[in-house]
Design a binder for this molecule. Structure first.
Ligand code: WTA
Length: 697
């Protein structure tokens, strides 16, 4: 049971491991200029927007609240928690944490003594207050004209039915439940049903392959899997049930049995008659769940009870199961949603993320519902049937807050302004962005064309691990600068460190770390607390290391420069280069592979793979296709390399370490800026790679 694993962690660090805590240069692979840095003066943007009245009056009020949030976290976060229902109130001194591996195991605790339930707070609380008739979900299907509205009361009914079903198949408090579903209302409903009974949901993005799904199911030992028959994304049919079946088979091969598979019959995309069905294991959702009662007892849980696991990529090894707990996540998530989007109950809010990623957890499922908002849930893609779809939907539902990723903005920008201008968009007040640095050109287009210059752009920097926004411009509270996430949210103390771990002051560039715990700090890496400490807390003892580099300008604004480790960000999807490499070398003709990111006009970063084949094997188009297929099968289509470069050899140091810095420069055609290559075992390899590059592009 996750619950017991979590409550009594057996993760004391061995003294030797503690002593060996080292600085980031050992862990990071990209050169960061840790120095005083000046940032170019930004273009001007309006300081205020007449149609937006923010929850926080002005910068002075922010400063005052911010100061309190960091000097009196118990009091500040206690006040923020008051609006929620707690079955038992938290203690006055409820915050405790250790971020320093030298002082003992890393631990974070928030709302100590408190007992609550996030599903109750997201649904029952609003229904009890008489708001059951407010729409919770405005579901918009892939095809124009397919839609559905669900009120808070209706969502609660369905959540209770499903919670009862989960209990009926033996799911108990602390058990993990895997969810592999398209963007139907049933996906957030499934998450809430788990939360209601104290089960731990582990949502796996529907674009992951069977192998990736199987790995995640096995890691958290989920005996129950919720999925759907299939889904249409634009014109493409995705056979989710088949992928789920393959995953379950892979689990069985490894002696792990998925006992029950609840399948939503998404008949429009794929009727049940087209699906394989395993009696005894598979159950049709509509048949099995409908007859359960629409009330289900709430499982009241301790504030630190685990809420969900979400697997994310790191620089090494297999994806990590990031674990978030209940109370701190709930309050931080609701508070960031409210202030970032200036959200009030009943606002029509639309986040285009998929629930398979953290943004869909925090800012599609929990945050908006905790705030009593009306959520657009979109099954399709922004460019189908044409690049005007988003703005058509904005007009249809009168969306006030719109939240998407820079990659979507860039791709819509490329389709031209006419798709935007065809639609009124006059309901829009706030435009949000997340997932990767937004380039000023895309920022401008979003602000000037989509928002007609009337809406602030909220560039939110955060991570799966942080659970909620960390650095962002509160709308209409202070001046924005295109491309800067600006200032920290309440309770967050960002710092820039040099490679020795010294804090840099004033204008500077360095490793972005967080000095203190915030309520939705990840609590552990599931099943591997040591990995949690090694990844996030050992690089710079005393700090949480984000994996990102950043600059701070003269106004103390932060500018995220991107990952400094071997994680790449493709269309806002986080991908570990090691995972792609391991998929490539899994192919029997591949001797060696090294993967780096390169600048991509739409995706932000693309995947560039250097591949060396086995002796005697000839490079061919068939092998290229095969290698790409191997990545699609192992991870998912979104991780398929954009470029395969047949490499005669890879640049290695004399100790055999691949110099990725050199590979990044060659991929970027910047071989004139290679820097020091004196440690290369064979300097000639650089020229060979430059010479062979043409064939790759
Ligand atoms: C990047 C997504 C710049 C960053 C919420 C981070 C950003 C990683 C921004 C986390 C932003 C996210 N500006 N970079 N506004 N938002 N990132 O875990 O590199 O999928 O470390 O969480 O995305 O990705 P994740």
């Amino acid at each position: 049971r996750l619950g017991s694993q979590f409550v009594q962690p057996a993760y004391a660090l061995a003294p030797s491991a503690r002593a060996s805590a080292r600085c980031a240069s050992v862990y990071t692979n990209r050169t960061v200029m840790c120095q005083a840095a000046s940032v170019a003066a930004p273009e001007t943007v309006p300081a205020t927007y007449p149609n937006v009245t923010p929850h926080i009056a002005d910068r002075a009020q922010y400063e005052q609240l911010y100061q309190r949030s960091v000097t009196d976290p118990d009091g500040f976060w206690g006040d923020m928690a008051e609006q929620f229902h707690w079955q038992r109130k938290w203690d006055d001194k409820h915050v405790s944490y250790n971020f320093d591996v030298r002082q003992g195991p890393i631990s974070v605790e928030w709302y100590k003594g408190g007992v609550t339930n996030i599903c109750y707070n997201a649904l029952d609380r609003h229904v009890a207050a008489g708001n059951g008739d407010v729409p919770a979900f405005l579901w918009e299907g892939n095809d124009v004209g397919r839609d559905k509205t669900m009120t808070y009361a209706e969502v609660l009914d369905d959540v209770c039915r499903l919670a009862n079903w989960l209990r009926s198949v033996g799911v108990q408090k602390g058990d993990a439940v895997a969810i592999y579903m398209p963007m139907l209302c049933e996906l957030p409903i499934a998450m809430l049903a788990c939360a209601r009974i104290g089960a731990v949901h582990s949502v796996v993005f529907g674009g992951f392959s069977a192998e990736a799904l199987a790995g995640r199911i096995e890691d958290c030992q989920a005996r129950v899997l919720l999925t759907a028959s299939g889904v249409m994304r634009a014109n493409k049919k995705i056979d989710l049930k088949k992928i789920a079946d393959d995953a379950v088979k892979l689990c069985a091969k490894n002696n792990f049995k998925v006992e029950t598979c609840l399948v939503y019959d998404n008949a429009n995309a794929m009727p049940r008659s087209e699906c394989a069905f395993t009696p005894g294991r598979d159950v049709w959702w509509q048949d099995a769940v409908a007859d359960f009662p629409t009330t289900a007892e709430v499982e009241w849980v301790d504030s630190e009870h685990p809420l969900f696991l979400l697997y994310t990529s790191g620089s090494t090894g297999k994806p990590k199961g990031v674990l978030h707990s209940t109370g701190g996540y709930m309050v931080y998530n609701a508070t960031t949603t409210k202030y970032a989007f200036n959200l009030s109950p009943g606002d029509v809010y639309w986040c285009t993320a998929d629930c398979g990623w953290i943004t869909g957890h925090s800012y599609l499922t929990y945050g908006p519902l905790l705030n009593g908002a009306t959520n657009v849930v979109f099954e399709g893609v922004p460019t189908y049937p044409d690049a005007g779809r988003c703005w058509e939907v904005v007009d249809k539902y009168k969306v006030k807050q719109f939240y998407t990723a820079p990659t979507a903005i860039r791709s819509l920008m490329r389709s031209g302004d006419s798709h935007v201008q065809k639609h009124k968009r006059d309901s829009l007040q706030i435009l949000g962005t997340v997932g990767e640095p937004i380039n000023p050109e895309a920022w401008r287009w979003y602000h000037d064309v989509v928002g007609d210059g009337r809406c602030p752009v909220v560039d939110t920097w955060w991570q799966t691990e942080t659970g909620g926004h960390m650095i962002l411009p509160l709308p209409n509270v202070w001046q924005q600068k295109p491309g800067s996430a600006t200032l920290p949210f309440f309770g967050v103390v960002p710092v820039l460190l040099d490679e020795k771990g010294n804090e840099l002051k004033g204008e500077a560039e360095g490793y972005l770390c967080i000095k203190n715990a915030w309520p939705s700090t990840l609590r552990t890496v599931y099943g591997d607390h040591e990995r949690y400490e090694t990844n996030y807390f050992k690089p710079f003892p005393g700090y949480y290391f984000t994996g990102d580099g950043a600059k701070r300008d003269a106004d103390a604004y932060y500018w995220i420069t991107g990952r400094v480790d071997d994680v790449i960000n493709v269309s806002g999807h986080r991908i570990g280069t090691a995972e792609v490499e391991s998929a490539l070398v899994g192919h029997n003709h591949c001797a060696e592979a090294a993967v780096v990111g390169f600048e991509h006009p739409i995706k932000g970063q693309g995947i560039y793979a250097y591949v060396t084949l086995m002796e005697g094997v000839e490079y061919s188009e068939d092998i290229r296709k095969d290698l790409i297929k191997a990545v699609r099968n192992t991870i998912g289509a979104f991780a398929a390399p954009d470029v395969i470069h047949w490499a005669p050899g890879l640049p290695k140091t004399r100790s055999g370490k691949i110099m990725r810095r050199v590979l990044r420069k060659i991929a970027a055609k910047e071989e004139d800026q290679l820097g020091d290559v004196s440690t290369l075992a064979d300097p000639g390899v650089v020229q060979q790679l430059v010479a062979s590059r043409q064939a790759a592009l």
